[in-house]
Design a protein around this ligand. Structure first.
Ligand code: NAD
Ligand code: FES
Length: 284
C-alpha cells in the first residue's frame, strides 16, 4: 500500500501525486519508472518518476487522464492508499558531464524530463530546456524546469503562451546557433521521432524515453518490445531510455494503437457504471 500525501491538479487532465514510498524513494534514479495498480482487478499503469525525495521518502508521479485507469487514479484523493506501487523499474539515465545538454519536454513529457535535467545540471552540464504544450493551460512545472536550467524556452502550438510553434522549432534554432553535446527528449512519440530526425542529421547524440504498452514491467511478457538498432529490446528492462537515432518509431507508433478500441469501450462501460451509481445515489 502507498499513501497519497499530496494531490494537485496541474491542468484539467494532468494530475500530480506525491506518494509515501520510502524504500522506492531511497533507490530511485532519474529515468526510472514505477508500475501502479489501485485495485485487485485493475490495469497495471507504468508511470515515469517525475520527482523523488529520499529524505522525505516520497515519489512524485504526474499522469494524464487518457483512459479508464488513469481517470480512475485521478479520482483518488489525499489520504487514499494505492494498492500496488512497484519500482523503481528500468535503467537510469547515464549521469555525467557531457557539456551543453538540451532537454526537451513535450506535453505530459515535461514531468519525466525534469529529474533528468536536474541530475544533469547538478553534474555541471549547461542545461538548455525546451518545454511545450498545445496551449497555455497545458503548460505546467515552468518554475521547476527554470530552476534546473541555465536557459528555458516555453512553446505553445497555438501561441497562447511563450513562443508559438512546436518544441522542435526552438530546438532547430538552438542547434543552428549553439554547440550541443547531447539532446534528451521526452514526450509524444511523434515529437521524439522528429527530434531524433533533426539531431541525427547533425550527428548529435540523443536520448529518448519510451512508454509503450506494458504489462508486468519486469521483462517477462514481451509486451513492451521495441526495435532499437534492429534488435528487439524490452523497454521495461533495457530502457525506458534509448538512443533516439536507433529507435524504430513507425513500428512503435503502429503498436501503440493496437488496443485503442478496447480502451474506448472500457472507458464507455466505466462511465455508464458511474452514471448509474450517481442516479441511484441521487434518487435514494
Ligand atoms: P501533445 O500532443 O499535446 O504534444 C506536446 C508537445 O509535443 C507539443 O506542444 C509540441 O511541442 C510537441 N509535438 C507534438 N507533435 C509534434 C510533431 N509532430 N512534431 C514536433 N513536435 C511535436 O502531447 P500530450 O498530449 O501532452 O502527450 C501525450 C503523449 O505523451 C502520449 O502519447 C503519451 O503516451 C506520451 N508520454 C510519453 C512519456 C514518455 O515517457 N515518453 C511520458 C508521458 C507521456
Ligand atoms: Fe512485460 Fe516489459 S512489460 S516485458
Amino acid at each position: 500500500m502507498a499513501k497519497i500525501l499530496v494531490k494537485e491538479v496541474l491542468t484539467p487532465q494532468i494530475k500530480l501525486m506525491v506518494v509515501d514510498v520510502p524504500r522506492i524513494a531511497r533507490k530511485a534514479k532519474p529515468g526510472q519508472f514505477v508500475v501502479v495498480r489501485f485495485h485487485e482487478q485493475g490495469e497495471r499503469i507504468p508511470l515515469t518518476i517525475a520527482d523523488f525525495d529520499p529524505d522525505a521518502g516520497t515519489v512524485t508521479i504526474i499522469f494524464q487522464e487518457v483512459g479508464k485507469s488513469t481517470v480512475h487514479l485521478g479520482e483518488m484523493e489525499e489520504g487514499d492508499d494505492i494498492l500496488d506501487f512497484v519500482g523503481p523499474l528500468g535503467r537510469e539515465i547515464e549521469e555525467k558531464n557531457f557539456g551543453h545538454v538540451v532537454c526537451v519536454g513535450g506535453g505530459v513529457g515535461i514531468a519525466p524530463v525534469y529529474p533528468k535535467a536536474r541530475a544533469l545540471k547538478m553534474l555541471g552540464n549547461f542545461v538548455t530546456s525546451i518545454i511545450g504544450a498545445r496551449t497555455a493551460d497545458l503548460i505546467f512545472w515552468e518554475k521547476e524546469m527554470r530552476s534546473v536550467s541555465d536557459v528555458l524556452h516555453v512553446t505553445t502550438d497555438d501561441g497562447t503562451y511563450g513562443e508559438k510553434g512546436f518544441v522542435t522549432q526552438v530546438l532547430e534554432n538552438t542547434l543552428k546557433k549553439d554547440t550541443v553535446d547531447l539532446v534528451v527528449a521526452v514526450g509524444p512519440l511523434i515529437m521524439m521521432k522528429m527530434v531524433s530526425l533533426l539531431t541525427k542529421k547533425l550527428g548529435i547524440p540523443t536520448l529518448v524515453s519510451l512508454n509503450p504498452i506494458m504489462v508486468d514491467g519486469t521483462g517477462m511478457c514481451g509486451c513492451c518490445r521495441v526495435t532499437v538498432g534492429e534488435k528487439c529490446k524490452f523497454t521495461c528492462v533495457d530502457g525506458p531510455v534509448f538512443d533516439g537515432h536507433q529507435v524504430d518509431y513507425d513500428e512503435l507508433l503502429a503498436r501503440q494503437r493496437t488496443y485503442l478500441d478496447e480502451e474506448q469501450r472500457a472507458m464507455e462501460v466505466w462511465r455508464m457504471k458511474k452514471a448509474e451509481e450517481e442516479t441511484i445515489r441521487v434518487t435514494k
